[in-house]
Design a binder for this molecule. Sequence first.
Ligand code: RP5
Length: 166
Amino acid sequence: MKVAIIMGSDSDLPVMEPAVKTLAEFGVGCEVIVASAHRTPDKVHEFAATAAERGVGAIIAAAGAAAHLPGVVASFTTLPVIGVPVNSTSLGGLDALLSIVQMPSGIPVATMAINGAKNAALFAVQILAAANPGLREKLTSYRGQMAAEVERKAARVAAEMQKNKQ
Ligand code: RP5
């Protein structure tokens, strides 16, 4: 199973690159496309309606401004859709966040933080991992590394505080 990343414009790519990188780190295949709910609605329809047939297990949909893309994608597929609000206007991404998070009952979109591309990829991996023990192990190891890193930082701060006392 792979993950599909759809974004409303090529201008969203810099924000979404961490998602592509994170999926690669977990060895999860991904397809990346640009299609807009407003400018190329037919392409969005085609992409979403055929995603399951292409072996996609989860879709990450990123958009800024009046960000209807994740919700529209979700309306054309029963695959889980993860929305990433992109900060691309003078409203700082709040416009996109509110557009994506307030889905009507019946068509859910799992909404990430503004520009939360990395968590979107991790969440997609978690969805695929439900039926993939190998991916579950990778997630456990990833969390272990994160915890070890926090402990390294805590030790560094503690040593710094100790030095300041002397
Ligand atoms: C949204 O409008 C896109 O997702 C992008 O975040 C924003 C601006 O798009 P461009 O004008 O840069 O193409 O649809």
